[in-house]
Design a protein around this ligand. Structure first.
Ligand SMILES: [Zn+2]
Length: 125
């Protein structure tokens, strides 16, 4: 396990996340992820630290309201959020990690359009 760093486009939102150097990420086809091209790196709550930018984060919720979609109000990039599938953890956007620490990335699909069904079949690693 190593510490990756990352953040939004304008640099106001910065975070650290503890995860393997070879990460497995999820590409979800739900209504919001497919439009954003979001790649999920799911981590427990204590593996994520928001370093800066709390004051510029804007929250967006829809449907069940469980997921707290957080994005930078300056540049609009959603670099992490609290997902419905893991309300006690974080989903980091693998596209927002700084280059240099990720040795490899495998992408697996998640059928978020049929969320209830997909979640019941989804196995955490
Ligand atoms: Zn920003």
């Amino acid at each position: 396990m190593i510490t990756h760093t990352g953040g939004c486009h304008c640099g106001r939102v910065r975070f650290e996340v503890i995860a393997p150097a070879r990460i497995a990420v999820t590409e979800c086809d739900c209504s919001i992820c497919s439009k954003a091209g979001y790649l999920h790196l799911i981590v427990p709550g204590d593996c994520f630290t928001l370093v800066s930018g709390r004051e510029v984060l804007t929250r967006y919720t829809f449907n069940t309201g469980t997921a707290k979609h957080l994005f930078c109000s300056v540049c609009g990039v959603k670099s992490f959020y609290v997902p419905r599938s893991h309300p006690d953890g974080f989903s980091v956007n693998a596209r927002c990690l700084d280059p240099g620490t990720v040795e490899s990335m495998t992408v697996r699909p998640f059928n978020g359009k049929d969320w209830e069904q997909a979640r019941s079949e989804y196995k955490d690693e």
